[in-house]
Design a protein around this ligand. Structure first.
Ligand SMILES: CCCCCCC/C=C/C(=O)SCCNC(=O)CCNC(=O)[C@H](O)C(C)(C)COP(=O)(O)OP(=O)(O)OC[C@H]1O[C@@H](n2cnc3c(N)ncnc32)[C@H](O)[C@@H]1OP(=O)(O)O
Ligand SMILES: NC(=O)C1=CN([C@@H]2O[C@H](COP(=O)(O)OP(=O)(O)OC[C@H]3O[C@@H](n4cnc5c(N)ncnc54)[C@H](OP(=O)(O)O)[C@@H]3O)[C@@H](O)[C@H]2O)C=CC1
Length: 279
């Protein structure tokens, strides 16, 4: 699909690159010649993914243990990265969510989603952006958002708020940082099965799967998202700035994807609160 050197000479940080969609994007970027830094909280998971990428593609892959909720930790990570040279691309991928009735959300529960999803991505963007501007270096920020930015989404309100905040960041910085050579772009994926998303959003007690509700009758393939991401961060997409590309098989045109939860009984919600997963 792409020239194998599409991302040669690109130095890319993927937050949450150790697992899920972050690992799948990292894999494709490595295949297309990029140097990678993947960050997350679980060092062992990061090392495992990095070792596999090195074995498969032979390029340079480094890991950074970093909880992006911690602004000082993000600054320290960026300092360490820049010691070896500037990044070319930041992929804001790490995020958290869970389903809950909003009236049951405590402040801590709301912050547990907003802190990594909104604040963490903002810290990473600001730390990369200020270094790009100071060094007169071009950069690209790709943020992985959600179709909740278009529809809103019941029962995942903090996530929907965070993703909409990041869409506002993407559009705003396109204008503010475009003249400085920095592009900001985004993808709004529909359902792409991952351990994290399935664990948090699809308890076995939910009746119908996202494939059944999708106009195309299926969920997304990781390779499809990884290819779109590769294009958007490449120089081939050099005139795309401030845009969010939806990749959901048309699902958001039918519904936001959470309406089945309106039918849940109090007992089902109580069981969900008791059985909630933590990844
Ligand atoms: C068409 C459909 C498409 C849907 C797309 C939706 C778009 C977004 C998708 C995604 O983001 S998928 C990625 C999901 N992956 C993850 O969430 C992985 C990362 N997860 C985590 O880090 C954690 O699991 C967590 C969710 C952040 C929670 O862990 P944390 O250690 O931060 O929380 P705690 O200290 O345990 O609790 C803090 C606070 O939050 C309350 N809480 C925690 N989990 C739940 C839950 N499942 N339900 C309700 N409340 C929860 C917990 O009770 C604490 O509050 P207090 O009790 O202290 O008030
Ligand atoms: N999968 C889907 O259907 C959809 C996903 N998305 C978006 O795609 C992106 C990836 O989702 P997905 O792969 O499913 O999610 P996963 O839960 O599978 O992966 C999340 C990744 O983020 C990392 N992470 C979470 N919290 C932090 C933190 N505080 N600091 C650093 N890293 C963190 C995790 O690593 P660790 O635990 O080691 O920190 C993990 O590698 C997210 O932005 C999500 O909102 C959007 C719509 C649909």
């Amino acid at each position: 699909m792409f020239d194998k050197t599409l991302l040669a000479n690109k130095r890319i940080l993927v937050t949450g690159g150790g697992s899920g969609l972050g690992a799948s994007m990292s894999r494709r970027f490595a295949e297309l010649g990029a140097e990678l830094i993947i960050c997350g909280r679980r060092l062992e998971q990061l090392e495992q993914t990095a070792a596999q990428l090195r074995a498969d593609f032979g390029g340079k892959v480094s890991v950074a243990r970093c909880d992006i909720r911690d602004a000082a930790a993000v600054e320290a990570m960026m300092e360490t990265i820049w010691c070896d040279g500037p990044l070319d691309v930041l992929v804001n991928n790490a995020a958290a969510t869970f389903i809950a009735q909003s009236e049951h959300l405590s402040a801590r529960a709301a912050d547990a989603i907003l802190a990594p999803t909104l604040h963490g991505a903002m810290y990473c963007t600001l730390e990369a952006g200020r270094r790009w501007i100071a060094g007169h270096h071009k950069g690209v920020v790709l943020s992985i958002l959600s179709t909740s930015t278009i529809t809103g989404r019941a029962f995942t309100v903090p996530s929907a708020m965070a993703k909409s905040g990041l869409l506002a960041m993407t559009k705003s910085l396109a204008v503010e940082w475009g003249p400085r050579g920095i592009r900001t772009v985004a993808i709004a994926p529909g359902p792409f099965p991952t351990t994290g998303a399935t664990g948090q959003l699809r308890p076995e007690t939910r009746d119908s799967g996202p494939a059944a509700q999708n106009p195309l009758g299926r969920v997304g393939k990781h390779s499809e998202l990884a290819n779109l991401a590769s294009f958007l961060i490449s120089d081939q997409a050099g005139y795309i700035n401030g845009e969010m590309v939806v990749q959901d098989g048309g699902a958001h045109l039918r519904a936001s994807g959470a309406e089945d939860l309106l039918q849940w009984s109090d007992a089902q919600w109580a069981a969900q609160r008791a059985a909630r997963t933590k990844t």
